[in-house]
Every structure is written in C-alpha cells, then in structure tokens.
Design a protein around this ligand. Structure first.
Ligand code: 4AD
Ligand code: MG
Length: 431
C-alpha cells in the first residue's frame, strides 16, 4: 500500500495524496462536511462536497460513526486557517472498517476512572498521543546523551534475588518454587557492569509495590540509571544536571507542537538552561524553618516538603548529603561528616517531586556487610554484590532518572499515570 502520512501531507501541496486513518471528528454544513481524520502522525481536515461525491457517498459519510477506518484520496492544499496548516479535498473515500456507533470516548470531558478503564482507546486522543510523542523524544534524548558521553547500554534483569531500595515495597514472584522479586532498580547490577565496562547505563521497567496513591507513584515505571567507575560525587551531580538539561532542551526543540497541544506553559522548562541550585539537606531544612515550614531534622522529605522547597526556586533543585538513616544501605558516608550520606535527589518544580535519585556508592566490604545487616537484608543474596568490593573495589556512583516523572513534568501533567501507555497503579491493572 502506498500513501503518505498526515504529518507529511504538506510535502504534497498542490498534488493528489492518499492517507489512511480514523474518523476523529466531523462538522456538517449543508452540502459540505468537514471530516477530521487522524492517523497517529497528526490530524487533518478533509472536505467532502456533496455535488462531487454524489448523494450516496455523502450520506454514508454523514452517518459514519467516529473511529471508523477510512482511506482518502484527494487534493492537498496548504491552508494556514486549517488545523495543522493543510487541508485535503476528498476525491475518493473508502470505508475500510465501520466502527460501532457508541465510541466510549466523546469529545466531552470524562472522569479519570472512565478514561483509565478505556486507556486502550483513550490513547487515540490528541492529548494522549502528544504525551506519547514527548515520552518517545525524551527516551531518545536520554539515549543520545548517554552515548555522547561514552556510556554503554547494559541492561539489568527484572527477576532479582535481592532488594535494592528497601524491603517494604517488593513485588514477590514465584520463580519455580523459589521466591524472587521484581527489580526495584538496576543499580546493583550496574555496579557490576561498571567494573566490566567503565561507564554504563540501564534503561527499563522497575517495580515498586507502593501503597501510596499519589500523583507521583506508579507500581511499574521506567528508570534510566547510569553508573560511572572512578567518579566523584560532584561528577555524579554534574552528570544528572547535564542529562536533565539536555533532555528538556530536546523536548522543547523537537516537540514544540505537542507541547502546544498540551497547552504547556514552557517558561519554567526554558529556565533549565541556567545552573540548577544545589543545596545540602541541612540547608534545605534551615530554609524550611526560616520560612515557617514545619519539618523535623533527620526525617526524609515528604511530598509537601519537596514541593515547598522547589517553590523557593522555580527550577529543578539538587538536594545532597542526606542523613544516612533515610538512605539506602549502599550509599557512601560523607567523609567530612559521618551523619550524612553522599546521596542526591533532583526535585522538579511544580509539585512534581523527585525525578532523579542517586549518589556515591560504599566501597568498603566491611562497611557494606555491616549496613546489610543493619538494614535487615540477607547477606547471602548479596554475596555477588560484595564480590565487587572483594575483587577490585573502586570509587563509583550514579543515579536513577524516573522516566514518567520526567515526562509528567515536561508535559505539565496532573498525574504520572498519563505519562506511561498503560499505567499500573494501586487499584488498577486493567486494561
Ligand atoms: O530514588 P530511587 O528509589 O533510586 C534508586 O532506585 C537508585 N537505585 C537509583 C540509582 O542510583 N541507580 O528512584 C529513582 C527515581 C526517582 O527519583 C523517581 O523519579 C523514580 O525513580 N521513582 C518512581 N517513579 C514513579 N513511581 C514510583 N513509585 C517511583 N519510585 C521511584
Ligand atoms: Mg529516591
């Protein structure tokens, strides 16, 4: 089958072209109908004239249900007034599949429950397609950035024998009569591959049995995790900042039209060319106290705390050097102040919360063994991990960038569930 796509129609100005797609919307005006067709690449207005197509075809179109599949051949004309800047006059139209009359998603507003139950159809709407294109751009930008910096993509397994990020949110799976877990993070495996390849990253789905129903939490989300051999903590922070800046720049540069469709005010994204403020946990707490925001020194930041801090900056903020107790077992202690761990979180503005978490890793096998015990983790499952310190321990660090939270922030979404094609949330596994 030959033909073109709606996104490329403007290349056919003044010619005849063929497109295939679905009926998205319609407006009738006596002997003229304006059919909006979508094909995934875009939406185009097609004009049907009764006196050219004949009564039968014209009437068939008039009653054609939304989401029917059609093939249209017609004359392409650039027209600044038309949505997408191009219009097509229908010379021939074939209905490839007539849709049932009761398409569950109308152009009126629906509640989130209805939309999520019809996620398989909801994805067809303009707004959702725009989000998916931005997600795609962000994925590509991340990979391009990592490869420009000489990182090798080495992916981590999904089935794992051990926890990485605490034991409270593990998904257990029966693995041939043995209990294993769905991965919470590829980091521990990255540490192994970093010792093999130097600079690595993994990028894949990760799982957290989160009991929280917030706008930031998914049960299944994608994470990009780089790991660098022989780096300093500052270099980890620099990499996180450069990566995020690059990714946002690419979304602004390449997905302007989609951001406009989402009615995203991009001012705050454009400000990302400036350096991100970096403050310590101690400074963040002092700032909260100074401004009258209640917070107990030593606690981990909750969503309202993160939002409060980010509101002081209107930019991504990097908070580093957290109390050891609130961070994972593998984090290296700050050599300058043993109360703190060399961890960093990047907090996005607009209440989106932590989009990156990372830090420097503990190199000492003795300290790690002690930490594994203190965290109530089974040492046996970490035998291989300890081997990495036994044979050629090395300073290293990295981070995890949450894809959906990043997409959610770039798109200005209310909830991360719109940032992934088929969200898995606390009470929803369908479709
Ligand atoms: O801060 P986290 O838990 O860090 C790690 O997993 C490290 N092992 C990463 C590393 O150093 N290689 O998670 C990293 C990021 C968070 O900043 C957030 O963006 C995202 O993963 N994330 C979630 N996104 C959606 N839903 C959830 N339940 C998430 N939990 C974490
Ligand atoms: Mg974190």
């Amino acid at each position: 089958m030959t033909g073109t796509t709606i996104a490329r129609l403007s290349e056919h100005d003044g010619q005849t072209a063929t497109i295939r797609g679905w009926l998205y919307n319609r407006r009738s005006k006596g002997k003229i109908q304006f059919l909006l067709l979508r094909d995934g690449s875009g939406i185009v207005q097609c004009v049907a004239l009764k006196n050219e197509l004949g009564d039968d075809v014209f009437e068939r179109l008039d009653g054609l249900p939304y989401e029917s599949t059609v093939e249209v051949e017609g004359a392409v004309k650039l027209d600044a007034r038309a949505p997408g800047g191009v219009e097509m006059k229908i010379d021939r139209i074939a209905v490839l599949a007539e849709a049932a009359p009761d398409y569950p998603i109308s152009k009126q507003a629906h509640g989130p429950d209805h939309l999520l139950s019809h996620r398989h159809l909801w994805l067809r709407s303009k707004r959702q397609a725009a989000i998916m294109r931005i997600r795609d751009e962000i994925v590509r930008a991340i990979r391009d950035f990592m490869h420009q910096r000489d990182f090798v993509n080495v992916d981590a397994p999904i089935f794992t024998p051990n926890a990485c990020e605490g034991t409270t949110n593990l998904f257990e799976v029966d693995y041939h009569d043995e209990t294993v877990f769905l991965t919470q993070s590829g980091q521990l495996y990255n540490e192994a591959t970093a010792a093999a390849l130097g600079r690595v990253y993994c990028f894949g789905p990760t799982f957290r049995a989160e009991k929280s129903k917030t706008r930031r939490h998914l049960q299944e989300f994608w994470m990009m995790e780089p790991e660098m051999a022989f780096c300093t903590f500052d270099e980890v922070m620099d990499l996180a900042e450069d990566c995020l800046r690059y990714v946002i720049g690419r979304a602004l540069e390449h997905r302007q039209r989609d951001l406009a469709d989402l009615e995203r005010d991009t001012t705050i994204l454009e400000r990302c060319t400036e350096p991100f403020p970096r403050i310590t946990y101690e400074q963040a707490v002092a700032l909260m106290h100074e401004k009258g925001h209640e917070f107990e020194f030593g606690d981990d930041f909750g969503a309202p705390d993160e939002t409060f801090i980010s509101e002081q900056f209107q930019q991504p903020v990097m908070i580093h050097r957290y109390p050891k107790a609130v961070k994972a077992f593998y984090m290296k202690e700050d050599p300058e102040d043993s109360r703190f761990a060399l961890g960093v979180d990047v907090i996005a503005p607009e209440g989106c919360g932590e989009i990156i978490g990372g830090g420097q890793r503990e190199e000492s096998i003795e300290v790690l063994k002690r930490k594994i015990e203190e965290h109530g983790l089974p040492e046996e499952a970490f035998r291989w991990y300890l081997d990495l310190r036994r044979w050629g321990s090395f300073p290293h660090g990295g981070f995890g960038l949450g894809l959906e939270r990043t997409v959610g922030w770039v798109c200005g979404l209310e909830h991360v569930r719109e940032a992934i094609p088929f969200p898995r949330t606390l009470y929803r596994m369908y479709p």
